[in-house]
Design a protein. Structure first.
Length: 355
């Protein structure tokens, strides 16, 4: 039996499972999925969990069941590419014939002293739960500093402002406008929403140091009861420690068929792969579909595709609380209630198809 090992049950890993199961997995192939928790987590909704507006159960989706799908719950410590083994903490190593690495990303602290020690995160389910606990135990009038005004920071700030109107929320961003990856018109729409909802935006910020309940913007101290870091990501440390060419975020450079240039049996999917687009659930799922095609042809003894068409992304949507939203659809800005309804509908469809 050949063993396909998938590290991480995120959007890429889940898509691979759903493409292969229940009817497309060859009889001589087994799958071992390694994850720290026994369910797929909707990472795009961690901001709402942290803000206390949804329950933990709402962002969990069960993994599929199949006689030749084996679940291994635990933590990966390293990958032995020469011995084709995955080394696990407090468990026996796993051997693989093909390996798919979808371990996701971690916060990038940009060498800011104290940022990793004194800030909270929403990068994984455990950290989002902890952030929920500290945010929702704050007293009235407490100050929450959110560092980074990309999609995650904006969604967290807006959701928290609706959930806890009694809090003073400060959103720190390095640029002239928040959401620097979006058109300026859209950024201004979101900024105006924050003004109406009493969220303070601090543009052109430069966080130089973080201490317990205090951050320094341009070396000037600002007292905060809780500080949440959403100011950048990098590849999982397991991937950053692997041999091979990487980009500036520690993501592995891969071939057009999504495997390592020097090892066609190791595929990289999602936030750990160096790709021309920003990391997203859509991108990971697009990769997953193409990886499955490569594997299916290989298992049949056929040549892999010479190349794949570029993965087409439908757009990106963000929420501003429960009633408003923003985003880009087919390169066109979209704002207001329609954007929020679209995001809610897409989330519902994803859970329905996977649940």
């Amino acid at each position: 039996m050949k063993n396909l090992v998938i590290l991480g049950g995120g959007y890429g890993g889940m898509k691979i499972l759903n493409e292969l199961l229940p009817n497309h997995l060859p009889e001589d192939v087994t799958i071992t999925l390694v994850d720290r928790v026994p369910y797929h987590c909707l990472k795009t909704e961690y901001y709402a969990l942290a803000a206390g507006t949804i329950s933990d159960k709402e962002i969990r989706v069960a993994f599929p069941e199949h006689p030749r799908l084996h679940m291994q719950y635990g933590e990966v410590t390293t990958i032995d590419t020469l011995g084709r083994k995955v080394i696990l903490k407090d468990a026996e190593p796993l051997t693989y014939d093909d390996l798919i690495i979808g371990l996701g990303c971690e916060d990038k602290y940009h060498q800011v002293p104290g940022a990793d020690e004194f800030t909270y995160s929403i990068q994984n389910i455990e950290k989002a739960r902890l952030t929920y606990s500290v945010l929702n135990n704050l007293g009235p009038g407490s100050v929450v500093g959110i560092v980074g005004a990309g999609l995650s920071g904006v969604e967290l700030a807006s959701e928290l402002s609706e959930s806890r109107e009694d809090l003073n929320i400060k959103l720190f961003d390095r640029g002239r406008h928040i959401l620097s990856a979006f058109p300026e018109r859209l950024s201004k729409y979101v900024e105006n929403w924050f003004v109406r909802n009493n969220v303070e935006i601090i543009n052109n910020s430069n966080i130089t140091k973080v201490e317990e309940k205090r951050l320094y913007n341009h070396d000037l101290p600002i007292e905060c009861d809780v500080i949440v870091w959403t100011a950048g990501i990098q590849a999982n440390k397991i991937v950053r420690d692997m041999d091979g060419e990487k980009d500036r975020l520690g993501r592995m450079v891969i071939t057009p068929l999504h495997h390592l240039p020097n090892d066609e049996h190791i595929f990289i999917v999602g936030d750990c792969a160096s790709l021309p687009h920003a990391p997203s659930a859509q991108l990971a799922e697009g990769q997953a579909e193409q990886i499955v095609e490569v594997l299916m042809r290989r298992w049949k003894g056929e040549e892999p595709p010479a190349s794949f068409p570029q993965i087409k992304l439908k757009g990106i949507l963000g929420s501003l609380g429960k009633k408003h939203g923003f985003g880009m659809m087919a390169d066109r800005p979209i704002t207001g209630r329609v954007a929020r309804l679209l995001k809610s509908g897409i989330l519902w469809m994803y859970k329905w198809h996977n649940g």
